[in-house]
Ligand binder design. Structure first.
Ligand code: RRO
Length: 312
């Protein structure tokens, strides 16, 4: 029995990794991911220069999830690019993910030029869906801006790249975004980012729960699994088969991982629950997923990936 997977011709020993943003900001965080049973890691979304992010409190726990408006705190592109290049030298042949989230198209293009000219061989996950930077709408909700971004990127960028998308909630929007993504040589799409701009109310204090943006923030964790599964499924059904779907949203158990794969995911990212549980989660979920596959008689994820049945 194997949990291996392939994305754009790159092999991964296990189809489990962290979701961008969670426990991946410092080299210490990233070292812990390297040491864990994750099949890969993704670095905290980078901007050209380091950013402190939004004022605290900027994260809250919920009974069935998480709530954040971090505001893109990160150590700047050079920090993450140095880390991933050094890691590739230490562990040749291992592919990882460098996440980028410039707050303008120019910032994204400047970072991609730097990466294109560097020794980095791995994947870039271009984040088109950060919900938490005041004054900056999520690019993924603007179909024309998304198309223009990808035009400008693929005009020069030569290395494997995918995009991190916000959740969509309408069949017409699934059609529209897939129609655009299919025009470009993307290696993967990662779906979904947090469900943006929810509002958490503290009943006792009659206040909002977090300080940035008047209390509005992105929802993660168990509560968003149905939305995540819908986005994985809808995109897997619409995208060119050479664009892999990376599933993220509400994975807390091997069963959740199994459901994401049934919907079409080739790789699974864990955010909220990785934040709560730490790097040991990857061994736990791998074991639980392996046990389910054994019980069902599957020996690789390709045996059931995308094979969710409908009732008609
Ligand atoms: O840093 C954040 O506030 C953040 C980002 Br960039 C993102 O893409 N998703 C999220 O939930 N938080």
């Amino acid at each position: 029995l194997t949990l291996e997977t392939t994305i754009a011709g790159r092999h991964f020993d296990r189809c489990l990794m962290n979701a961008a943003g969670v426990r991946c900001q410092s080299s210490r965080d990233l070292d812990a991911l390297v040491q864990s049973r994750a099949g890969a890691y993704v670095t905290k979304s980078a901007t050209p220069a380091p950013r402190p992010g939004n004022p605290s409190p900027r994260m809250a726990t919920m009974p069935h999830g998480s709530f954040n408006s971090m505001g893109l705190p990160n150590n700047g592109l050079a920090y993450y690019l140095d880390y991933v290049i050094a890691d590739e030298q230490k562990r040749p042949g291992k592919t990882n993910f460098l996440s980028l989230a410039g707050t303008s198209l120019d910032d994204n293009l400047a970072m991609l030029h730097e990466i294109n000219d560097s020794a980095y061989q791995g994947f870039v996950e271009l984040n088109l869906s950060c919900p938490n930077v005041p004054g900056h709408p999520q690019t993924g909700y603007d179909f024309e801006a998304t198309r223009q971004t990808l035009e400008a990127v693929f005009d020069f960028y030569q290395k494997p790249l995918g995009v991190k998308l916000p959740p969509y909630f309408d069949m017409a929007h699934f059609d529209a975004i897939a129609g655009i993504l299919n025009q470009f040589p993307l290696s993967f799409v990662t779906t979904i980012n947090s469900v943006g701009n929810g509002l958490l109310v503290n009943f006792e204090t009659e206040t909002v729960a977090i300080k940035p943006k008047g209390g509005f923030g992105g929802i993660g964790g168990a509560s968003i699994k149905p939305t995540a599964l819908a986005n994985v499924r809808a995109l897997a059904q619409r995208l060119n088969p050479d664009i892999a779907v990376i599933g993220v949203g509400g994975i807390m158990s091997g069963r959740d991982a199994f459901e994401h794969i049934l919907c079409g995911a080739s790789m699974l990212q864990i955010g909220t629950q990785f934040g709560y549980e730490g790097p040991a989660i990857f061994a736990r979920i791998a074991k639980e997923l392996g046990d389910i596959m054994l019980l069902k008689g599957y020996t690789s994820i390709e045996d059931f990936r995308g094979k969710l049945k409908t009732l008609d």
